[in-house]
Design a protein around this ligand. Structure first.
Ligand code: SF4
Length: 247
């Protein structure tokens, strides 16, 4: 998803305990968000393949731009691996133009459906029967699929047990003093997976709730802590200031 940098990040030094250590308060965050906002229905898609298309198209853009691109693909009956592989590249680019970086994204979609056909005979069901770690490694080998995209595909299209980390997740953890702003994707993912019940449904819902917090309250500039369901979890004023949260 589109996002921005944390304000004041360059001069800030946040010292945090080892990232691999479970943080039971994350389960409390989840409960607080769920009781405040309820189920999020994330990922917004009709089929697992549509999840995958959306996960690729949403790179570096807002979801509203992706919705238009997906509506175009649906109207043209292109939301299947075989149809996307057949369609002319230029036509595909035109149809997904609203999602930005449309030439690169058309290539990424083509690369993915090519991979799916070569490795799994075009069957998502076969692909998702692959053990999680092996499939994750393979997806990361496909042009244009990075960690967040691979994990979105695994969790939301395949029901695999992986936590999806995005910039909102990183920002919230940093502002709450739970992670160093320089924490790597894999460290944050491991932190969530070590701290929560090992349940894809929880991972699914929690990521959707975090996206909502990022959109509504935990903005890059001027976060609205006084209205946010996570406000009771902000640490001491000193740490909060160090983490970049407002006073
Ligand atoms: S309380 Fe403030 S810093 Fe924490 S998640 Fe909400 S908006 Fe962000």
């Amino acid at each position: 998803m589109a996002n921005g940098a944390n304000p004041g990040a360059s001069n800030r030094r946040v010292h945090v305990s080892a990232m691999s250590k479970p943080r039971p308060e994350l389960a409390q965050y989840y409960r607080a968000l769920y009781s405040a906002m309820g189920p999020q229905g994330w990922w917004p898609a009709r089929t697992p393949f549509e999840v995958i298309v959306g996960a690729i198209l949403t790179q570096n853009t807002a979801w509203t731009n992706v919705e238009r691109a997906i509506a175009n693909l649906r109207r043209e009956r292109l939301l299947s691996p075989a149809a996307l592989e057949r369609v002319d590249r230029r036509r595909l680019e035109r149809l997904i133009r609203s999602s930005g970086y449309f030439r690169q994204k058309a290539r990424k979609l083509k690369e993915f459906v090519g991979f799916l056909r070569r490795e799994y005979g075009g069957s998502l069901a076969r692909m998702f029967r692959t053990p999680t770690d092996r499939l994750r490694e393979r997806l990361l080998g496909v042009h244009g699929i990075g960690r967040e995209t691979a994990d979105s595909i695994l969790l939301y299209a395949g029901g695999h047990r992986v936590f999806v980390v995005d910039a909102y997740t990183q920002r919230i953890l940093t502002r709450h003093g739970l992670a160093d702003e320089r924490a790597k994707y894999e460290e944050v993912r491991a932190l969530f997976e070590a701290s929560l019940p090992r349940d894809p449904a929880t991972y699914n819902e929690f990521h959707g709730l975090i996206v909502n917090v990022g959109k509504n309250w935990c903005r890059t500039r001027e976060p609205r802590c006084h209205e946010c369901p996570l406000q009771p979890f902000l640490p001491s004023p000193a740490l909060r200031a160090a983490a970049g949260a407002p006073r």
